[in-house]
Ligand binder design. Structure first.
Ligand code: ZN
Ligand code: ZN
Length: 488
């Protein structure tokens, strides 16, 4: 019985008398079968043909097969507060390597990013004393050597210690994972990227491919999902999959810039083509339409509701969070868990003056969490189109007395935004008449001045107002604070 190893991808299989018929990893469209057909080797033969290169790669002990065999990944020893982690694996195990690892305190667990690097993981575990092999369960179907030391994890994050977190990024494989080490190896922390993000030769950018050898780009939706899953991690360095393919210093900004560059190149410049959206006032007339538009576009929507009983009445696909907008700490926590926040708060009649304070609380949370917030506001702050310098609120005879309380409240709300020193807000003013209606998907967009049509009318449906807000969520205009929209 032999544990056969595929010559092209380096994967070691379960023991068998005859070599396997196929290598499912090479036959997958992310890989390829060698030009001379499917070929097999085994560990004894590899030991004769190759040795391991063992040395330092940007401050970490690194191991790789010295010579041209299969994929050229290198493994790293990470001495973390979660123990010594062997990050990735190789097809060849040598006594020398095991001795050197033992001299560094041994290995507590092996963690592997994705199936292309499963290689001889079982043999490594055996040589290191049967240490666990930690894999994401979404990669389970690709395992060819069902070794008893394999431990699967699920979900998007697995915290191994204060400093070490595994993050499922997906994209290249459904279970493609990265390892975030907040405390090392240098100050500022590092991200160990596998093939989830590919450090390119400039070593100042990364890129994203479904298949690297066959040059099949990662879908934009998968890239934005990856961006979302990495949000909130800080790091100075990215260690790529191969020796020396690392971004040392300023890596977090390099990765963000790479996301933008990639998405622009593939014609999907919206950084948030699929955003996690938090909506305040979600059960109101405007909020519910913003929520519906966001769900329609495939965003992940969380609705802030006042009572636990409100959660059941939310549309399917919408998560609910019970929160009082005046609870600043709670607001900050909720905002931090989302990419963009929309505030469509509207107090009930008689309590209009509370609007400014509620908005301030949301702005405080957004500032603390450093997230963008879009305010679904009123038209009161807009300048009249007649050039008089009056606002909609101050212009004589424009507003009927019945709407003055909410107009004054929304004017105060706008001033609360202007006065807020830190928050990244955009104030969205509808046309003068905002009412339930039809979703045409079209609108006119302006800035500080009330938009009116040729007949002097100023109106927009709540549905099209929601369309305009979601367009802003997906394609944020830079340096714009005040937006107004009217029907086209
Ligand atoms: Zn293979
Ligand atoms: Zn790969």
């Amino acid at each position: 019985m032999t544990n056969h190893i595929c010559e092209t991808c380096g994967t070691q299989f379960n023991a068998s008398d005859l070599p396997p018929q196929h290598c499912p990893i090479c036959e997958d469209e992310r890989q390829y079968v060698g030009w001379r057909g499917q070929r097999w080797t085994d560990h004894d033969a590899l030991r004769e043909r190759y040795r391991l290169r063992i040395g330092e790669d940007d401050g970490l002990l690194a191991l790789a097969i010295d010579g041209d065999f299969a994929i050229d990944q290198r493994a790293l020893l990470l001495p973390t507060d979660a123990g010594n982690i062997l990050w990735e694996s190789l097809s060849l195990v040598t006594d020398e390597a095991v001795e050197i690892l033992r001299a560094r305190g041994g290995v507590d667990r092996i963690v592997i990013s994705h199936p292309h690097f499963f290689s001889s993981m079982g043999a490594w575990s055996d040589a290191l004393g049967g240490v666990p092999i930690v894999l994401h369960e979404a990669n389970r179907a690709w395992v060819q050597n069902h070794h008893p030391a394999i431990e699967y994890w699920g979900g998007d994050r697995l915290r191994l210690s204060d400093d070490v977190t595994l993050v499922r990024g997906g994209g290249h494989f459904p279970g493609s994972s990265v390892l975030h080490w907040a405390g090392g190896p240098r100050d500022g922390g590092a991200l160990f990227a596998g093939d989830t993000l590919q450090v390119v030769p400039t070593r100042r950018h990364v890129s994203f491919m479904f298949s690297y050898p066959n040059l099949i780009p990662m879908r934009p939706g998968a890239v934005t999902a990856l961006r979302r899953r990495l949000a909130g991690l800080s790091y100075e360095d990215v260690y790529g999959y191969a020796w020396g393919r690392n971004i040392i210093g300023g890596a977090e900004a390099a990765v963000q810039g790479s996301f933008d560059r990639y998405l622009t190149s593939v014609g999907a410049p919206g950084a948030f083509a699929s955003a996690r959206l938090l909506v305040f006032g979600a059960t109101g007339q405007v909020g519910s339409r913003v929520m519906a538009e966001a769900v329609h576009r495939g965003h992940a929507v969380t609705a802030v509701v006042r009572e636990p009983s409100d959660v059941a009445s939310l549309p399917s696909g919408v998560e609910g969070v019970v929160l009082d907008a005046r609870d600043r700490a709670g607001v900050a926590r909720a905002v931090a868990e989302h990419d963009v926040t929309v505030s469509a708060l509207r107090p009930p009649p008689g309590r209009e003056p509370e609007l400014a304070a509620l908005t301030r609380s949301v702005l405080d949370g957004a500032a603390e969490a450093q997230r963008r917030v879009l305010i679904a506001g009123g038209a009161a702050n807009l300048l009249m189109p007649d050039g008089s310098g009056h606002t909609v609120l101050s212009a004589p005879g424009v507003l009927p007395p019945a709407v003055r309380p909410i107009a004054e409240a929304s004017y105060a709300q706008y001033m609360a935004c202007v006065a807020h020193p830190d928050a990244d807000w955009v104030y969205f003013s509808p046309a003068a008449m905002l009412a339930p209606g039809e979703r045409t998907g079209r609108y006119r967009r302006g800035g500080d001045v009330l938009l009116v049509d040729e007949a002097g009318q100023s109106g927009i449906s709540m549905e099209d107002y929601a369309v305009a807000m979601l367009d802003e969520v997906e394609r944020p205009a830079s340096n714009v604070r005040r937006v107004t929209v009217a029907s086209a």
